[in-house]
Write a protein of this length. Structure first.
Lengths: 553, 353
């Protein structure tokens, strides 16, 4: 027995060390901190949390805004997916692809573009104001509604992409069978199509829920008096109330974990696999009047692309030229050329690239090992690995930042603690941990498709384990691994939530620099960084899309 | 060339392979035959090194390889689904083993070309494996296993993914090729016809145990027990009692009256209740009123080209299959059944199901 299992052990030990030391351990510190008082263990922090009306309000707000985000995102994303998958009209493919564009906007960039567009002096707000000859702005982009709007805009993409994928996998045979059994179009939709899409829609719903629970940029910028847990936590951290910070972190994680648990129960229950050879997905319906569909989707997509256009426009505004005018009076490429002429301006870009690359490399190595264990390993330990691998997903960025900050701010090597806060290492570490679930899941999907007989064949041909890994396994899981790595890289590039709590001036990433430019009223400079992020993300996706699909055909 | 000594493999409570011992001389083509779950694949995987025996030894040549990983065993294997690397072309797949072994670059080329030529896949060297048909993939898998010239070749149902017509042709070519190379080969299958056509000897396995080991003709003519008799070819079982014994032969009084001369299997001593196994071609149809014949009614008739098979229901309800000539009897007709001259039925003790 031992001989067959030993290679697993060689992978299992580093994987276990990473999961226990970097994922679990810091969170246990937060948990311990939430009970730590002057004279030993105490529940006083919890009492304070529960006793405070504003804390209770923040908890309630976090939950309801997340549920509302799910509802609104679903109402936008699901019909859009059906429209582009089921009806054929001129421009269908182009608009279908463009509808996923918000994915190119890192959260902070999306939030800021909304400010320029719909804020009190935003382009659209001013436009409507002048059109109607109003004295004051027709609306204020502030509070719960503003947060909800930003969430719906950035998160409907999950519903859109998941539902589209579900529809493309859905065999047309089922709907045809239902029709042959006399079911009308609505009955088929309600009783056949939607239930079969349930796993995809459910997955998207929980993803949106978790994302908005963890959302920080939108409530931070637009919240105004609207408190949520993430912003409360940030404020407590700035005020140095460590006990309360820990309690807020624990509450946030527990709430997220409850919903993650619900997701896994749901996923476990509903798994449909089509049996046998099918007909393939239903082709989009042709005919009928198509121009209203083309026009409608053109408008919708135009609306979806406004934020990108806004960022581009504002990025062309030279510093200090735009004050009270509705539209910026001057445009130039100055914000971009200064990147080249002033090395200090380039630092955040280089920082982000460096840190994201480092984190992603670590993610790839870890995901390969962890996914191999999950796909080929046996026994109880697999359950533990699989649970710990998804844990970072339930950890909002703010919580992770707090956990890392409290664990790695002292030098106690015997307790596995080192001073990393303030060093270059802390941000890549945070990015790495945040992206563990993403990359590992992507790698795991590839490993599950890999025939174990291939490894046996290589072994019987005399290939050592290393040779087999290098020449057989790696080339075959590479497309999946690369896809996961690209997403991780892009996420790390634009990361803001954990960065803002952990950065130092020397290591500041693009997102943090953007915010500080904004604070200094250098809108153009901020938008230029936003534009750089958008472009980097677009380039990565464009390159990656080609490599990933061209890799092994 | 290969020796298995008391090879046993347990998975928890279940015993997949139970004390299998056998020896394969160099150049022999041995088939492990049995129904699914009989332990044949587990045995093969223990020889290859993918499974570790719970106890027992695997000896290749004069080397005990029981504790060696697959890489060190120098045993070639052809997999059921071929397990070709989809990211490598045909040539690179065949070169894989040679490269892994660290052969010199200039030595690899000729070896690969030779292996491809043996499998008649030379012209396809630069094709992607997914672009090949199932039969071609099978040839590439064979060439890949042969390229490092292993002393022992294992084949795990390599023909089961081919369609019927291709399968027969590939089977004959495979045997001819391996014989020409003087290869020692172990072949796993559940298809007795395939086993007959390919093997020098067959090892029949059931429930983890080796039931019988011998040449195909021997197994067919003198099965060691009722399982082997029923698994290899068609067999009719007719109840009776041993009247007298004379060395290996004896007289069995059938329950329906007639007495047959049969070979007595172990445990079939005078007075013992037995089931007499007779092959369809051992039986012949006689007129219903022939003395000392079994009586029955023709239930069905199946034309199979060279012969016609009759299903005859005997007095006790047993369905007997008889090989005859076309038009010998009509469904519904009463007939008698007798043994052909020289036919040698086998009597097994009745309690062995």
């Amino acid at each position: 027995m031992g001989r067959i299992r030993r290679p697993h052990l060689a992978l299992a030990i580093p994987v276990a060390v990473v999961l226990l030391w970097l994922v679990l351990y810091p969170n246990l510190f937060v948990l311990a901190d939430s009970f730590r008082g002057e004279g030993g263990a105490t529940t006083e922090h919890y009492a304070r949390f529960l006793g405070s009306a504003s804390e209770r309000e923040a908890l309630w707000n976090s939950v309801w805004i997340s549920l509302a985000s799910v509802l609104l995102s679903g109402l936008i994303g699901i019909p859009l997916a059906f429209l582009f998958a089921r009806r054929d009209f001129p421009g269908r493919r182009v608009f279908g692809a463009l509808a996923a564009m918000p994915v190119l906007l890192p959260p902070l960039v999306g939030t800021i573009s909304f400010m320029f567009l719909y804020g009190e002096s935003g382009f659209l707000t001013r436009g409507v104001q002048e059109l109607l000859g109003m004295e004051r702005a027709p609306w204020r982009l502030s509070g719960a509604w503003a947060v909800l709007l930003v969430h719906a805009y950035t998160m409907y993409v999950y519903f859109y992409l998941f539902t589209s994928a579900g529809l493309s996998r859905l065999d047309a045979g089922y709907a045809e069978a239902a029709a042959a059994l006399g079911a009308g179009r609505w009955t088929t939709l309600r009783r056949v199509t939607l239930p079969m899409l349930a796993p995809a829609i459910g997955g998207a719903a929980l993803l949106v829920f978790m994302t908005s629970m963890a959302s920080f940029s939108a409530p931070y910028v637009f919240g105004g008096g609207f408190r949520v847990l993430t912003t409360q936590l940030y404020n407590s951290k700035l005020n140095g109330e460590d006990g309360l910070v820990a309690v807020e972190a624990v509450v946030l994680v527990v709430t997220s974990l409850v919903f993650l648990w619900l997701l896994q129960r749901y996923e476990g229950k509903r798994e449909y696999t089509g049996a046998g050879k099918g007909l393939g997905a239903a082709p989009p319906a042709r005919g009928g009047r198509t121009w209203p569909l083309t026009l409608g989707s053109a408008l919708a997509v135009g609306f979806l692309l406004l934020p990108h256009a806004t960022v581009l426009l504002v990025s062309l505004v030279p510093e200090g030229t735009w004050t009270i005018q509705a539209l910026p009076p001057e445009y130039s490429a100055e914000n971009y050329t200064r990147l080249a002429s002033e090395p200090e301006r380039l630092v955040p870009v280089l920082n982000s690239l460096k840190m994201a690359t480092l984190a992603t490399l670590a993610n790839v190595v870890f995901a390969y090992a962890a996914a191999y264990l999950l796909a080929r390993g046996k026994g109880r330990s697999r359950g533990w690995v699989s649970a710990l691998v998804v844990l970072p997903w339930a950890l909002p960025g703010t919580v992770l930042a707090v956990a890392l900050a409290s664990t790695f701010s002292v030098d106690r090597p015997l307790a596995g603690r080192f001073v990393l806060v303030g060093t270059f290492a802390i941000l890549p570490l945070a990015y790495f941990i945040r992206n563990i679930p993403l990359v590992t899941r992507a790698a795991l999907a590839s490993f599950r498709q890999l025939d174990p007989a291939l490894e046996e064949a290589a072994a019987s041909l005399g290939a050592s384990r290393l040779t087999t890994a290098r020449r057989v396994v790696l080339p075959l899981v590479l497309p999946g691994l690369a896809a996961g790595a690209l997403l991780a890289f892009v996420t790390a590039l634009g990361e803001f939530v954990a960065s803002i709590l952990l950065y130092t001036h020397r290591t500041r990433p693009i997102s943090v620099e953007m915010l500080s430019r904004l604070r200094g009223f250098d809108f153009g400079g901020a938008a230029a960084y936003g534009m750089i992020l958008i472009l980097l993300v677009a380039v990565v996706f464009a390159l990656g899309g080609r490599n990933v699909s061209g890799g092994t055909g | 060339m290969l020796r298995l000594e008391n090879l046993t493999r347990r998975f928890g409570e279940t015993v997949a392979v139970d004390g299998v011992s056998l020896e394969v001389p160099a150049g022999e083509f041995l088939t492990l035959l049995g129904p699914s779950g009989c332990g044949k694949t587990t045995t093969l995987r223990m020889i290859a090194g993918f499974e570790t025996p719970t106890s027992g030894r695997v000896v290749v040549g004069d080397r005990d390889v029981s504790a060696l990983p697959p890489q060190k065993r120098d045993v070639g294997m052809v997999f059921q689904n071929y397990a070709l690397c989809p990211h490598l072309d045909v040539w690179e797949n065949v070169a894989f083993g040679l490269k892994s072994r660290g052969d010199r670059r200039d030595g690899i080329g000729p070896s690969v070309d030779r292996a491809l030529a043996l499998a008649e896949m030379g012209p396809y060297a630069r094709r992607r494996v997914q672009a090949l048909s199932g039969g071609q993939q099978q040839r590439v898998a064979l060439a890949r296993a042969l390229a490092p010239e292993p002393p022992l070749l294992l084949l795990d149902e390599p023909l089961s993914n081919l369609d019927a017509a291709l399968r027969e042709r590939t089977r004959d070519e495979l045997r001819a090729l391996l014989k020409r190379l003087g290869m020692t080969a172990i072949f796993v299958t559940h298809d007795q016809e395939e086993a007959f056509a390919l093997s020098d000897r067959i090892a029949v396995l059931d429930r983890g145990r080796l039931q019988q080991l011998g040449a195909p003709e021997e197994l067919y003519a003198s099965p060691a027990n009722a399982f082997v008799a029923a698994f290899l070819g068609r067999a009719n079982f007719i109840a009776g009692t041993v009247e007298s014994a004379d060395g290996a032969m004896g007289i069995v009084r059938l329950a329906a009256g007639p007495a047959w001369r049969a070979r007595l299997a172990a445990g079939a001593s005078p007075g013992a209740a037995v089931r007499v196994m007779a092959r369809p071609e051992s039986l012949r149809i006689t007129p219903a009123d022939t003395g000392d014949a079994l009586r029955g009614t023709v239930r069905d008739r199946r034309f199979a080209g060279a012969a016609t098979f009759y299903h005859v229901e005997l007095g006790d309800g047993t369905d007997a299959l008889v090989q005859g000539r076309p038009g010998e009897a009509e469904p519904g007709g009463a007939v008698g059944l007798a043994l052909h001259d020289g036919a040698e039925p086998v009597a097994f003790p009745a309690e062995r199901a």
